[in-house]
Design a protein around this ligand. Structure first.
Ligand code: IMP
Length: 442
Protein backbone atom coordinates (compact mmCIF):
# COMPACT_ATOMS: atom_id res chain seq x y z
CA UNK A 1 0.00 0.00 0.00
CA UNK A 2 2.80 2.45 0.95
CA UNK A 3 0.84 5.70 0.81
CA UNK A 4 -2.77 5.71 -0.40
CA UNK A 5 -5.37 8.46 -0.52
CA UNK A 6 -9.00 7.49 -0.22
CA UNK A 7 -11.46 10.20 -1.15
CA UNK A 8 -15.01 10.97 -2.22
CA UNK A 9 -15.82 11.61 -5.88
CA UNK A 10 -19.27 13.13 -5.32
CA UNK A 11 -20.86 15.30 -2.60
CA UNK A 12 -19.62 13.26 0.36
CA UNK A 13 -21.42 10.34 1.98
CA UNK A 14 -20.08 7.91 -0.64
CA UNK A 15 -19.38 5.26 1.99
CA UNK A 16 -15.78 6.27 2.63
CA UNK A 17 -15.85 5.15 6.28
CA UNK A 18 -16.47 1.56 5.35
CA UNK A 19 -13.92 1.51 2.52
CA UNK A 20 -11.35 3.15 4.82
CA UNK A 21 -11.99 0.45 7.36
CA UNK A 22 -11.37 -2.24 4.71
CA UNK A 23 -8.16 -0.62 3.43
CA UNK A 24 -7.03 0.11 6.99
CA UNK A 25 -6.45 -3.63 7.39
CA UNK A 26 -3.05 -3.06 5.80
CA UNK A 27 -2.37 0.43 7.16
CA UNK A 28 0.00 1.37 9.96
CA UNK A 29 -1.58 4.81 10.17
CA UNK A 30 -4.87 6.31 8.98
CA UNK A 31 -4.75 10.09 8.63
CA UNK A 32 -7.49 12.71 8.40
CA UNK A 33 -6.11 15.71 6.51
CA UNK A 34 -8.99 18.20 6.18
CA UNK A 35 -12.40 19.10 7.56
CA UNK A 36 -13.60 18.47 11.07
CA UNK A 37 -16.63 17.05 12.77
CA UNK A 38 -18.84 18.06 9.86
CA UNK A 39 -17.85 14.60 8.61
CA UNK A 40 -19.61 11.47 9.74
CA UNK A 41 -18.15 8.07 8.98
CA UNK A 42 -20.05 4.92 9.83
CA UNK A 43 -18.30 1.60 10.33
CA UNK A 44 -20.04 -1.67 11.09
CA UNK A 45 -18.01 -4.43 12.71
CA UNK A 46 -20.09 -7.52 13.39
CA UNK A 47 -23.15 -6.29 15.27
CA UNK A 48 -21.50 -3.06 16.41
CA UNK A 49 -21.86 0.27 14.60
CA UNK A 50 -19.36 3.06 15.10
CA UNK A 51 -20.17 6.59 14.08
CA UNK A 52 -17.04 8.71 13.91
CA UNK A 53 -16.80 12.42 13.23
CA UNK A 54 -13.20 13.36 13.90
CA UNK A 55 -11.22 10.29 14.83
CA UNK A 56 -10.01 8.51 11.66
CA UNK A 57 -11.89 5.36 10.74
CA UNK A 58 -8.76 3.25 11.37
CA UNK A 59 -9.24 3.53 15.13
CA UNK A 60 -11.26 0.32 15.22
CA UNK A 61 -8.27 -1.59 13.83
CA UNK A 62 -5.74 -2.60 16.45
CA UNK A 63 -2.14 -1.48 16.03
CA UNK A 64 -3.10 1.30 13.59
CA UNK A 65 -2.30 4.90 14.45
CA UNK A 66 -5.16 7.34 13.95
CA UNK A 67 -3.74 10.71 13.02
CA UNK A 68 -5.74 13.93 12.95
CA UNK A 69 -3.55 15.95 10.63
CA UNK A 70 -2.40 19.55 10.14
CA UNK A 71 -5.18 20.54 7.74
CA UNK A 72 -8.08 19.55 9.99
CA UNK A 73 -10.12 21.72 12.32
CA UNK A 74 -10.78 20.22 15.74
CA UNK A 75 -13.57 20.91 18.17
CA UNK A 76 -11.74 19.82 21.33
CA UNK A 77 -14.95 19.18 23.27
CA UNK A 78 -16.29 16.94 20.51
CA UNK A 79 -12.98 15.12 20.23
CA UNK A 80 -12.84 14.48 23.98
CA UNK A 81 -16.38 13.06 23.88
CA UNK A 82 -15.52 10.86 20.91
CA UNK A 83 -12.42 9.49 22.65
CA UNK A 84 -14.41 8.79 25.83
CA UNK A 85 -17.12 7.08 23.82
CA UNK A 86 -14.57 4.86 22.08
CA UNK A 87 -13.03 3.99 25.46
CA UNK A 88 -16.47 3.07 26.81
CA UNK A 89 -16.85 0.71 23.87
CA UNK A 90 -13.58 -0.92 24.83
CA UNK A 91 -11.69 0.45 21.82
CA UNK A 92 -8.12 1.46 22.45
CA UNK A 93 -7.54 5.18 21.89
CA UNK A 94 -3.83 5.17 22.74
CA UNK A 95 -3.00 5.34 19.03
CA UNK A 96 -4.81 8.63 18.44
CA UNK A 97 -2.37 11.34 17.39
CA UNK A 98 -3.41 14.97 17.09
CA UNK A 99 -1.32 17.34 15.02
CA UNK A 100 -0.13 20.40 16.93
CA UNK A 101 -0.70 22.46 13.77
CA UNK A 102 -4.43 21.66 13.52
CA UNK A 103 -6.76 24.56 14.26
CA UNK A 104 -9.30 24.60 17.07
CA UNK A 105 -13.00 25.16 16.62
CA UNK A 106 -14.17 27.34 19.48
CA UNK A 107 -17.74 27.68 20.78
CA UNK A 108 -17.94 31.13 19.17
CA UNK A 109 -17.18 29.59 15.76
CA UNK A 110 -20.29 27.46 16.11
CA UNK A 111 -22.35 30.52 17.06
CA UNK A 112 -20.98 32.48 14.10
CA UNK A 113 -21.72 29.57 11.75
CA UNK A 114 -25.39 29.81 12.78
CA UNK A 115 -25.47 33.60 12.47
CA UNK A 116 -23.80 33.63 9.05
CA UNK A 117 -26.29 31.08 7.75
CA UNK A 118 -29.28 32.87 9.27
CA UNK A 119 -28.03 36.13 7.71
CA UNK A 120 -28.14 34.73 4.16
CA UNK A 121 -31.28 35.10 2.13
CA UNK A 122 -33.26 32.10 0.89
CA UNK A 123 -31.59 30.43 -2.02
CA UNK A 124 -28.17 31.60 -0.81
CA UNK A 125 -28.01 29.54 2.38
CA UNK A 126 -25.35 26.84 2.20
CA UNK A 127 -27.08 24.49 4.63
CA UNK A 128 -23.94 23.98 6.71
CA UNK A 129 -23.70 21.36 9.41
CA UNK A 130 -23.54 24.18 11.98
CA UNK A 131 -20.35 22.80 13.50
CA UNK A 132 -18.34 26.03 13.16
CA UNK A 133 -16.21 24.72 10.28
CA UNK A 134 -16.41 27.82 8.07
CA UNK A 135 -15.68 30.40 10.80
CA UNK A 136 -12.73 28.33 12.07
CA UNK A 137 -11.18 28.16 8.59
CA UNK A 138 -11.90 31.90 8.23
CA UNK A 139 -9.77 32.56 11.33
CA UNK A 140 -7.09 30.24 9.98
CA UNK A 141 -6.93 32.14 6.68
CA UNK A 142 -6.99 35.47 8.53
CA UNK A 143 -4.03 34.20 10.59
CA UNK A 144 -5.75 34.69 13.93
CA UNK A 145 -6.71 31.06 14.56
CA UNK A 146 -5.87 29.04 17.67
CA UNK A 147 -3.83 25.91 17.00
CA UNK A 148 -3.57 22.73 19.05
CA UNK A 149 0.08 23.53 19.81
CA UNK A 150 -0.96 26.79 21.52
CA UNK A 151 -2.38 24.67 24.34
CA UNK A 152 1.16 24.22 25.63
CA UNK A 153 1.65 27.98 26.09
CA UNK A 154 -0.95 29.39 28.54
CA UNK A 155 -0.11 33.08 28.16
CA UNK A 156 -0.18 32.93 24.36
CA UNK A 157 -3.36 30.88 24.53
CA UNK A 158 -5.07 33.38 26.86
CA UNK A 159 -4.19 36.24 24.48
CA UNK A 160 -5.48 34.34 21.43
CA UNK A 161 -8.69 33.31 23.17
CA UNK A 162 -9.34 36.93 24.25
CA UNK A 163 -8.76 38.16 20.71
CA UNK A 164 -10.96 35.41 19.31
CA UNK A 165 -13.82 36.21 21.65
CA UNK A 166 -13.54 39.94 20.96
CA UNK A 167 -13.52 39.40 17.18
CA UNK A 168 -16.50 37.05 17.43
CA UNK A 169 -18.43 39.65 19.45
CA UNK A 170 -17.74 42.29 16.80
CA UNK A 171 -18.87 39.98 14.02
CA UNK A 172 -22.00 38.96 15.90
CA UNK A 173 -22.83 42.62 16.52
CA UNK A 174 -22.94 43.12 12.75
CA UNK A 175 -25.77 40.54 12.77
CA UNK A 176 -27.48 42.48 15.58
CA UNK A 177 -26.58 39.89 18.22
CA UNK A 178 -24.79 40.47 21.54
CA UNK A 179 -22.70 37.39 22.24
CA UNK A 180 -22.47 36.69 25.92
CA UNK A 181 -19.13 34.96 26.23
CA UNK A 182 -16.69 35.44 29.07
CA UNK A 183 -13.09 35.53 27.84
CA UNK A 184 -11.49 34.16 30.98
CA UNK A 185 -14.06 31.38 31.33
CA UNK A 186 -13.55 30.40 27.69
CA UNK A 187 -9.81 30.25 28.31
CA UNK A 188 -10.30 28.11 31.44
CA UNK A 189 -12.71 25.73 29.66
CA UNK A 190 -10.34 25.34 26.75
CA UNK A 191 -7.39 24.70 29.06
CA UNK A 192 -9.37 22.04 30.89
CA UNK A 193 -10.40 20.15 27.75
CA UNK A 194 -7.02 20.79 26.13
CA UNK A 195 -5.20 19.10 29.01
CA UNK A 196 -7.00 15.85 28.19
CA UNK A 197 -5.81 16.05 24.56
CA UNK A 198 -2.20 17.18 25.07
CA UNK A 199 -0.95 13.60 25.65
CA UNK A 200 -2.06 12.79 22.06
CA UNK A 201 -0.39 15.83 20.53
CA UNK A 202 2.58 15.41 18.17
CA UNK A 203 4.34 17.03 15.24
CA UNK A 204 2.34 14.89 12.79
CA UNK A 205 4.39 15.42 9.59
CA UNK A 206 7.54 14.46 11.51
CA UNK A 207 5.90 11.26 12.69
CA UNK A 208 4.37 10.39 9.30
CA UNK A 209 7.54 11.01 7.29
CA UNK A 210 9.50 8.92 9.74
CA UNK A 211 6.99 6.11 9.19
CA UNK A 212 7.35 6.47 5.41
CA UNK A 213 11.12 6.20 5.73
CA UNK A 214 10.63 2.97 7.66
CA UNK A 215 8.45 1.57 4.87
CA UNK A 216 5.17 1.73 6.79
CA UNK A 217 1.78 1.89 5.09
CA UNK A 218 -0.25 5.08 5.40
CA UNK A 219 -3.84 5.66 4.42
CA UNK A 220 -5.00 9.25 3.97
CA UNK A 221 -8.72 9.42 4.63
CA UNK A 222 -10.56 12.22 2.86
CA UNK A 223 -13.71 13.73 4.32
CA UNK A 224 -16.64 15.25 2.37
CA UNK A 225 -16.09 14.90 -1.40
CA UNK A 226 -14.76 16.50 -4.57
CA UNK A 227 -17.89 18.59 -5.19
CA UNK A 228 -17.81 20.03 -1.68
CA UNK A 229 -14.21 21.18 -2.23
CA UNK A 230 -13.80 24.92 -1.87
CA UNK A 231 -12.18 25.25 -5.35
CA UNK A 232 -13.49 22.32 -7.36
CA UNK A 233 -16.96 22.13 -5.84
CA UNK A 234 -20.27 23.82 -6.50
CA UNK A 235 -19.11 27.10 -4.92
CA UNK A 236 -20.51 28.68 -2.75
CA UNK A 237 -22.46 25.52 -1.80
CA UNK A 238 -19.31 23.83 -0.56
CA UNK A 239 -17.44 23.29 2.66
CA UNK A 240 -14.54 25.54 3.69
CA UNK A 241 -11.72 23.07 3.16
CA UNK A 242 -10.04 21.44 0.17
CA UNK A 243 -11.40 17.92 -0.17
CA UNK A 244 -9.46 16.96 -3.28
CA UNK A 245 -6.45 14.66 -3.44
CA UNK A 246 -3.98 17.52 -3.89
CA UNK A 247 -4.69 18.70 -0.38
CA UNK A 248 -3.95 15.31 1.16
CA UNK A 249 -0.31 16.22 0.85
CA UNK A 250 -0.69 19.78 2.20
CA UNK A 251 -2.98 18.73 5.02
CA UNK A 252 -0.83 15.83 6.20
CA UNK A 253 2.70 17.07 5.53
CA UNK A 254 3.49 14.06 3.32
CA UNK A 255 5.18 15.12 0.09
CA UNK A 256 3.16 14.51 -3.12
CA UNK A 257 5.75 12.13 -4.57
CA UNK A 258 5.36 9.83 -1.58
CA UNK A 259 1.76 9.12 -2.53
CA UNK A 260 1.34 6.19 -4.88
CA UNK A 261 -2.32 5.34 -5.03
CA UNK A 262 -5.53 7.35 -5.07
CA UNK A 263 -8.79 5.51 -4.52
CA UNK A 264 -11.98 7.35 -5.44
CA UNK A 265 -15.16 6.19 -3.72
CA UNK A 266 -18.25 6.33 -5.93
CA UNK A 267 -21.76 5.67 -4.66
CA UNK A 268 -23.84 3.79 -7.26
CA UNK A 269 -26.19 6.79 -7.33
CA UNK A 270 -25.77 10.42 -6.25
CA UNK A 271 -26.73 12.13 -3.00
CA UNK A 272 -26.30 15.56 -1.54
CA UNK A 273 -27.04 17.07 1.91
CA UNK A 274 -27.74 20.75 2.27
CA UNK A 275 -28.42 23.27 -0.44
CA UNK A 276 -26.99 23.72 -3.92
CA UNK A 277 -27.50 22.47 -7.48
CA UNK A 278 -27.98 18.79 -8.25
CA UNK A 279 -28.52 18.06 -11.97
CA UNK A 280 -29.63 14.42 -11.67
CA UNK A 281 -31.79 14.85 -8.57
CA UNK A 282 -34.90 12.67 -8.39
CA UNK A 283 -37.67 14.61 -6.72
CA UNK A 284 -40.19 11.80 -7.21
CA UNK A 285 -41.11 8.54 -5.46
CA UNK A 286 -38.03 6.83 -6.84
CA UNK A 287 -35.81 9.40 -5.13
CA UNK A 288 -37.71 8.76 -1.90
CA UNK A 289 -37.39 5.01 -2.41
CA UNK A 290 -33.60 5.27 -2.83
CA UNK A 291 -33.44 7.53 0.23
CA UNK A 292 -35.32 5.00 2.38
CA UNK A 293 -33.61 1.92 1.04
CA UNK A 294 -30.15 3.47 1.22
CA UNK A 295 -30.82 4.97 4.70
CA UNK A 296 -29.80 8.30 3.23
CA UNK A 297 -29.89 10.42 6.34
CA UNK A 298 -26.84 12.41 7.45
CA UNK A 299 -24.57 10.75 10.02
CA UNK A 300 -23.79 14.15 11.52
CA UNK A 301 -27.04 16.09 11.30
CA UNK A 302 -29.57 13.35 10.48
CA UNK A 303 -30.89 15.53 7.65
CA UNK A 304 -32.42 13.58 4.74
CA UNK A 305 -30.03 13.37 1.81
CA UNK A 306 -31.34 14.37 -1.61
CA UNK A 307 -31.00 11.43 -4.04
CA UNK A 308 -30.57 11.14 -7.80
CA UNK A 309 -29.11 9.11 -10.67
CA UNK A 310 -25.44 8.39 -10.98
CA UNK A 311 -23.76 11.39 -12.58
CA UNK A 312 -20.66 10.37 -14.50
CA UNK A 313 -19.84 13.95 -15.48
CA UNK A 314 -19.05 14.44 -11.81
CA UNK A 315 -17.15 11.19 -11.43
CA UNK A 316 -15.21 11.76 -14.70
CA UNK A 317 -14.14 15.22 -13.52
CA UNK A 318 -13.26 13.83 -10.13
CA UNK A 319 -11.08 11.11 -11.66
CA UNK A 320 -9.27 13.76 -13.69
CA UNK A 321 -8.82 16.36 -10.95
CA UNK A 322 -7.69 13.85 -8.35
CA UNK A 323 -5.57 11.50 -10.50
CA UNK A 324 -7.71 8.66 -9.24
CA UNK A 325 -6.08 5.31 -9.91
CA UNK A 326 -8.82 2.97 -8.62
CA UNK A 327 -12.53 3.16 -7.91
CA UNK A 328 -14.47 1.68 -5.02
CA UNK A 329 -18.15 1.39 -5.97
CA UNK A 330 -20.53 1.36 -3.00
CA UNK A 331 -24.18 0.73 -2.20
CA UNK A 332 -24.98 -1.22 -5.38
CA UNK A 333 -27.45 -3.28 -3.32
CA UNK A 334 -29.68 -0.20 -2.92
CA UNK A 335 -30.40 -0.10 -6.67
CA UNK A 336 -31.37 -3.79 -6.95
CA UNK A 337 -34.84 -4.32 -8.37
CA UNK A 338 -35.19 -0.70 -9.48
CA UNK A 339 -35.91 -1.63 -13.13
CA UNK A 340 -34.37 0.59 -15.77
CA UNK A 341 -31.57 2.80 -14.48
CA UNK A 342 -30.48 6.12 -15.91
CA UNK A 343 -26.86 7.20 -15.92
CA UNK A 344 -25.83 10.73 -16.79
CA UNK A 345 -22.87 10.83 -19.16
CA UNK A 346 -22.90 14.48 -20.28
CA UNK A 347 -24.55 17.89 -19.80
CA UNK A 348 -26.22 19.54 -22.77
CA UNK A 349 -25.87 23.33 -22.74
CA UNK A 350 -27.45 25.89 -25.11
CA UNK A 351 -25.42 26.72 -28.24
CA UNK A 352 -25.10 30.39 -27.22
CA UNK A 353 -23.47 29.52 -23.87
CA UNK A 354 -21.31 26.87 -25.52
CA UNK A 355 -19.96 29.46 -27.97
CA UNK A 356 -19.43 32.11 -25.29
CA UNK A 357 -17.47 29.70 -23.08
CA UNK A 358 -15.66 27.96 -25.94
CA UNK A 359 -17.24 24.63 -25.03
CA UNK A 360 -18.98 21.79 -26.86
CA UNK A 361 -22.78 21.69 -26.59
CA UNK A 362 -22.46 18.44 -24.63
CA UNK A 363 -20.08 18.94 -21.74
CA UNK A 364 -18.16 15.93 -20.51
CA UNK A 365 -16.60 17.76 -17.57
CA UNK A 366 -18.26 19.66 -14.76
CA UNK A 367 -18.91 23.38 -15.43
CA UNK A 368 -16.93 25.94 -13.48
CA UNK A 369 -19.87 28.24 -12.73
CA UNK A 370 -23.28 27.58 -11.25
CA UNK A 371 -24.97 29.94 -13.72
CA UNK A 372 -23.79 27.67 -16.52
CA UNK A 373 -24.68 24.55 -14.58
CA UNK A 374 -28.21 25.91 -14.17
CA UNK A 375 -28.58 25.82 -17.96
CA UNK A 376 -27.22 22.28 -18.27
CA UNK A 377 -29.55 19.38 -19.06
CA UNK A 378 -28.29 15.93 -18.11
CA UNK A 379 -27.80 13.54 -21.05
CA UNK A 380 -28.76 10.05 -19.91
CA UNK A 381 -28.10 6.56 -21.11
CA UNK A 382 -30.66 3.97 -20.09
CA UNK A 383 -29.34 0.73 -18.68
CA UNK A 384 -31.09 -2.43 -17.62
CA UNK A 385 -31.04 -2.78 -13.84
CA UNK A 386 -30.33 -6.01 -11.98
CA UNK A 387 -33.14 -7.87 -10.25
CA UNK A 388 -33.99 -7.65 -6.60
CA UNK A 389 -31.60 -9.61 -4.43
CA UNK A 390 -32.20 -10.84 -0.90
CA UNK A 391 -29.61 -10.61 1.86
CA UNK A 392 -29.01 -14.30 1.29
CA UNK A 393 -28.36 -13.68 -2.43
CA UNK A 394 -25.78 -11.01 -1.56
CA UNK A 395 -24.20 -13.30 1.03
CA UNK A 396 -23.51 -15.79 -1.79
CA UNK A 397 -21.49 -13.15 -3.68
CA UNK A 398 -17.83 -14.01 -3.15
CA UNK A 399 -16.34 -12.68 -6.35
CA UNK A 400 -17.00 -10.94 -9.64
CA UNK A 401 -18.37 -14.14 -11.23
CA UNK A 402 -21.23 -14.23 -8.71
CA UNK A 403 -22.54 -10.81 -9.74
CA UNK A 404 -25.61 -10.35 -11.97
CA UNK A 405 -24.68 -9.58 -15.58
CA UNK A 406 -26.55 -6.24 -15.51
CA UNK A 407 -24.46 -5.07 -12.55
CA UNK A 408 -21.28 -6.03 -14.38
CA UNK A 409 -22.51 -3.94 -17.32
CA UNK A 410 -23.23 -1.01 -15.00
CA UNK A 411 -19.67 -1.27 -13.70
CA UNK A 412 -18.32 -1.56 -17.24
CA UNK A 413 -20.18 1.58 -18.29
CA UNK A 414 -18.69 3.52 -15.37
CA UNK A 415 -15.19 2.27 -16.15
CA UNK A 416 -15.41 3.17 -19.84
CA UNK A 417 -16.94 6.59 -19.22
CA UNK A 418 -14.56 7.76 -16.52
CA UNK A 419 -11.45 5.85 -17.52
CA UNK A 420 -10.73 4.17 -14.20
CA UNK A 421 -11.36 0.62 -13.01
CA UNK A 422 -13.64 -0.53 -10.22
CA UNK A 423 -11.39 -2.46 -7.87
CA UNK A 424 -13.68 -2.82 -4.90
CA UNK A 425 -17.42 -3.36 -4.71
CA UNK A 426 -19.51 -2.82 -1.61
CA UNK A 427 -23.07 -4.10 -1.28
CA UNK A 428 -23.93 -3.65 2.39
CA UNK A 429 -22.73 -2.12 5.63
CA UNK A 430 -20.63 -5.00 6.97
CA UNK A 431 -16.99 -5.73 6.19
CA UNK A 432 -17.95 -9.06 4.62
CA UNK A 433 -20.34 -7.35 2.18
CA UNK A 434 -17.42 -6.27 0.05
CA UNK A 435 -15.49 -7.92 -2.74
CA UNK A 436 -12.23 -7.10 -4.34
CA UNK A 437 -12.40 -7.15 -8.12
CA UNK A 438 -9.45 -9.01 -9.60
CA UNK A 439 -8.01 -9.30 -6.08
CA UNK A 440 -6.34 -5.93 -6.37
CA UNK A 441 -7.53 -3.97 -3.34
CA UNK A 442 -7.62 -5.77 0.02
P1 IMP B 1 -19.98 22.87 6.51
O1 IMP B 1 -18.86 21.94 6.14
O2 IMP B 1 -20.61 22.51 7.82
O3 IMP B 1 -19.58 24.31 6.43
O4 IMP B 1 -21.16 22.67 5.42
C1 IMP B 1 -21.01 23.08 4.06
C2 IMP B 1 -21.72 22.12 3.11
O5 IMP B 1 -21.02 20.87 3.11
C3 IMP B 1 -23.16 21.78 3.52
O6 IMP B 1 -23.93 21.59 2.34
C4 IMP B 1 -23.03 20.47 4.25
O7 IMP B 1 -24.22 19.71 4.20
C5 IMP B 1 -21.93 19.82 3.44
N1 IMP B 1 -21.15 18.83 4.20
C6 IMP B 1 -20.20 19.08 5.11
N2 IMP B 1 -19.69 17.93 5.56
C7 IMP B 1 -20.30 16.94 4.91
C8 IMP B 1 -20.16 15.51 4.91
O8 IMP B 1 -19.33 14.92 5.62
N3 IMP B 1 -20.98 14.84 4.06
C9 IMP B 1 -21.87 15.46 3.24
N4 IMP B 1 -22.03 16.78 3.19
C10 IMP B 1 -21.26 17.52 4.02
Amino acid sequence: MACTILMGTQWGDEGKGKVTDILAREADAVVRYQGGNNAGHTIVVGDRTFKLHLVPSGVVRENTLSVIGDGTVIDPWVLRTEIRHLNDLGISTGGIVISDRAHLIMPYHRMLDGLQEAGKKEGRKVGTTGRGIGPCYQDKAARVGIRMGDLRYPELLREKVCNGVQNAKKLAKAFGVDLEIDEEQTFRDLTEVGNTLIPHMRDAPLLLNDMIEKGKNILLEGAQGTFLDIDRGTYPFVTSSSCTAGYASAGSGIGPLDIDRIVGVVKAYTTRVGEGPFPTELKDDLGKHIQDRGHEFGTTTNRPRRCGWLDLVMVRSSVQWNSITDLALTKVDVLSGSGTLMVCTGYRIPRKEAEEHGLATVMRYFPSHLELLAKAEPVYVKVKGWGDMTDEDWRMVKGKDDLPGELLEYMGLIEREVNADVKLLSFGKGREQTISIDGDLP
